[in-house]
Design a binder for this molecule. Structure first.
Ligand SMILES: Nc1ncnc2c1ncn2[C@@H]1O[C@H](COP(=O)(O)OP(=O)(O)OP(=O)(O)O)[C@@H](O)[C@H]1O
Ligand SMILES: [Mg+2]
Length: 743
């Protein structure tokens, strides 16, 4: 039951919505707070912590909370927010020694990434894990080099084994064209994936047995193989059908090629039938249908009897549909009956066993190498923590807590997790083991917040289905051991942004491609209140704009400086309501009035004089985009755009400043510098956080290796890197290095 001190409705004057308040005050349940970006999930989590700390009826000590964030920066920010809230409470109640103690304990509180938490646990219990207490955690790069070295050994041994037959057969099949590179990558991928599951050995064994299909097995036995392929085929056929529907509609329009309609309707019926087979999970039906499928002939259209543009459009749509279906027909896997696949899968079984053995050998050798060097890698931290927390007697599949886990369950009043959608199975197992499940240690105390639409770490083996599983099974009603609370309002963005996001996502997101329907429960609802801007001023309610930059025709061709890019003008904030930067009405090849620097950036003959100077056609795409952004920003400044600043005097409007703008890039590594140059040339101060790339650059890595060797020359890997570096001037080949190593 929620403590008496927290009323059932948000206190008057507090900003919280009723749903947020529920998420703040609900107790003794596993809680999943699911909401889109900017809905106040993190804010709610922090408020929940603060309420527990300052609860006069049942105050909690801060070191009895485990708060898991995804980055150290997020942890630091959370600490800051908690400190500020504690200070506010203390200002109201200066004699409160409990609050004072919480502030003092804050630095020691477990508000951290899961890795840091695991590291602490492993350091504390190193003896149980047979680890050297001075173990060192190696970074990704060092781990990468060590892994490669170990893999070399494992492969060498496999080549030199007494009976290398099975291994050589595997290399033959999966090594790749140039040797065994593809196979090496496969071994590492399998190893990493296995280790992201709580029971890697069981997972590996299951990988092998999946290929042991019994003779005469029915379609059910193939489900785990066929489902994903059938779903994908159904999705692609759906796409083909949509093209044909559009083609049919165009053919039937006034001026359309009506003579095509009959054939198009037949095509459409045929493609829909195929899609139905795929959607119904009928493998053999789809295979037979794809083999038999043919396209009808379009009836000729008398020239001049229809609009040639519409005719072209219909043909193009039909060709796109044909491309999709032909790709499926050409897919050898899809057009064969299941029994043929069964034989092939059985034939693959021995190779998979050899592969999995290789993974096991790599695992053993890599573990031994790290142990010898007193090192652990990032994944080890989670694995070791899991080993400490899991009852060694428990069979695979059962998360039975060890005494260490039980102790932590008693210690933590609550376990709170931000960004839960990015959790992987091992991490989830750890959280399950350290939080209560309603058993003898007490009522459930796991609090998770997340948004599956923001799951971005799948490449790091995050498993959003863990979130989805809870999302689908936790009931919204209070009272049970588990509960889901949806927050709907968005407090980060103005209605114009919220509408645009909904508009886009409604169209592109469905359970097939995005794992979730973008339905009313998923969409954003603008919740933030913005006071009216001062009279006459423009504030950020402009519609979201999409600017299309067309590539200019090659220089010197007619039209190079005339056909603007067709961007929807309008809405660039100017006090006078002027539609767009420059007078050209669009950011295309002409008339955008490239800011200063445009003409300096390479010039060439074409940029000689007059209009041509404004033509950024000789720029790269990213430079042209940066020019456009610079234009927009300059216009926003000149046009007197006002922004709402909630931190200023308790909230007021002020003129737009450069720091209010952000430019997001798909990757900063290669293009951030170019964008910066363009902005700087336009007189816009800017900063790019391209930080992560720096230490990974080869030159920097080499210099770091040199520093390591200077510090301690008895380190083979850094030494090898230095010896091979161009500045060493030795020109050593790998063979030379091998010889030196053997001496
Ligand atoms: N009820 C509210 N009234 C006003 N502002 C709020 C309310 N709830 C949250 N906010 C503010 O909305 C902003 C977004 O909140 P928050 O960062 O917690 O969202 P989130 O759901 O964690 O987003 P993300 O998915 O990006 O992590 C913050 O500035 C927060 O202070
Ligand atoms: Mg958040």
């Amino acid at each position: 039951m929620p403590p008496e001190s927290l009323p059932p409705t948000p206190p008057p004057g507090s900003p919280w919505t009723a749903d947020q308040w529920e998420a703040i005050r609900a107790r003794d349940q596993q809680l999943l707070v699911a909401a889109a970006a900017g809905a106040g999930k993190t804010a709610t989590l922090v408020e929940r912590i603060i309420r527990r700390l300052i609860d006069p009826a049942a105050p909690v000590e801060i070191d009895r909370l485990l708060v898991v964030t995804f980055t150290e920066a997020a942890a630091a920010e959370m600490r800051g927010r908690i400190a500020a809230a504690l200070q506010r409470s203390l200002a109201q109640d200066p004699a409160n020694s409990h609050l004072r103690r919480q502030l003092a304990l804050l630095e020691r509180a477990t508000i951290s990434t899961l890795h840091s938490f695991c590291l602490g646990l492993v350091r504390q219990h190193f003896h149980q894990l047979n680890l050297d207490p001075t173990f060192e955690v190696i970074g990704e790069h060092e781990a990468h080099m060590l892994r490669e070295e170990v893999l070399d050994q494992v492969f060498e041994e496999a080549y030199g084994a007494d009976d290398p037959g099975p291994f050589l057969a595997l290399v033959d099949r999966y090594g790749g064209l140039l040797g065994d590179e593809a196979l090496r990558a496969l071994v590492l991928d399998l190893y990493d994936f296995a280790r992201s599951t709580p029971w890697p050995e069981a997972w590996l064994e299951r990988t092998v047995t999946r290929f042991d299909l019994p003779e005469g097995a029915g379609p059910e036995a193939f489900r785990e193989w066929t489902d994903v392929l059938l779903q994908d085929a159904a999705l692609r056929l759906e796409e083909a059908a949509a093209r044909l529907e559009a083609a049919l509609a165009a053919a039937r329009r006034p001026g359309g090629p009506a003579a095509y309609a009959e054939t198009l309707a037949e095509d459409l019926a045929g493609v829909r039938a195929l899609r139905d087979q795929a959607a119904a999970g009928n493998w053999d039906g789809l295979a037979a249908g794809l083999t038999a499928f043919t396209w009808g002939r379009l009836r000729p259209v008398r020239s001049g009897s229809c609009d040639p543009d519409l005719q072209e459009e219909v043909k193009r749509l039909r060709e796109e549909a044909q491309k999709v279906v032909r790709a499926l027909q050409a897919d050898a896997a899809l057009s064969r009956p299941l029994q043929e696949h069964a034989e092939e899968l059985r034939a693959l079984g021995p190779h998979v066993r050899t592969l999995v053995d290789l993974v096991r050998r790599f695992d053993a050798a890599y573990t031994a190498a790290k142990l010898e060097a007193g090192q652990v890698d990032f994944a080890d931290l989670e694995r070791f923590a899991l080993r400490l927390l899991l009852d060694p007697e428990a069979p695979p599949g059962e998360l039975r807590p060890s005494p260490v886990a039980r102790e932590l369950r008693r210690r933590f009043a609550e376990v709170l997790v931000d960004e839960y959608q990015d959790i992987n199975p091992v991490q989830d197992a750890i959280l399950t083991l350290v939080s209560r499940d309603g058993g003898e240690e007490g009522p459930p105390n796991l609090f998770m917040v997340g948004d599956v639409k923001q799951s971005i770490y799948r490449f790091r083996l995050a498993e959003p289905r863990l979130f989805l599983g809870k999302y689908r099974t936790f009931p919204p009603e209070p009272g049970g051991p588990a509960r889901r609370i949806d927050l709907r309002a968005n407090f980060r963005s103005r209605p114009a942004v919220v509408d645009a996001v909904n508009f886009l996502f409604r169209q592109v997101m469905n359970p097939g491609v995005g794992e979730l329907a973008y339905d009313r429960a998923a969409e954003l609802v603008a919740g933030a209140q913005y006071p009216e801007p001062p009279p006459g001023a423009r504030a950020g309610e402009a519609p979201v704009e999409v600017w299309l930059l067309e590539r200019p025709p090659a220089q010197g061709q007619p039209g190079a400086a005339g056909e603007a890019g067709g961007a929807p003008a309008g809405g660039v904030p100017g006090a006078d309501g002027s539609p767009a930067p420059g007078d050209g009405g669009g950011p295309g090849t002409a008339g955008t009035g490239a800011p200063a620097g445009g003409a300096e950036a390479g010039g060439g003959d074409e940029a000689g004089s007059g209009e041509a100077e404004d033509d950024p056609g000789y720029l790269t795409d990213i430079e042209r985009e940066a020019h456009l952004a610079a234009q927009w920003l300059l216009q926003a400044r000149r046009g007197g755009l006002m922004v709402w600043d909630k931190n200023l005097d308790g909230g007021r409007y002020r003129p737009f400043a450069w720091r209010d703008a952000v430019i997001l890039l798909r990757s900063t590594r290669t293009v951030a510098q170019k964008v910066l140059e363009v902005l700087q040339a336009a007189g816009i101060p800017a900063h790019a956080d391209a930080g992560t790339g720096y230490f990974e650059a080869l030159e920097i890595q080499t210099i770091l290796s040199l520093l390591r060797v200077i510090d301690n020359p008895r380190q083979d890997i850094p030494l090898a890197a230095v010896l091979r570096a161009p500045f060493a001037g030795l020109g050593l080949s790998p063979e030379d290095l091998a010889r030196i190593r053997l001496c």
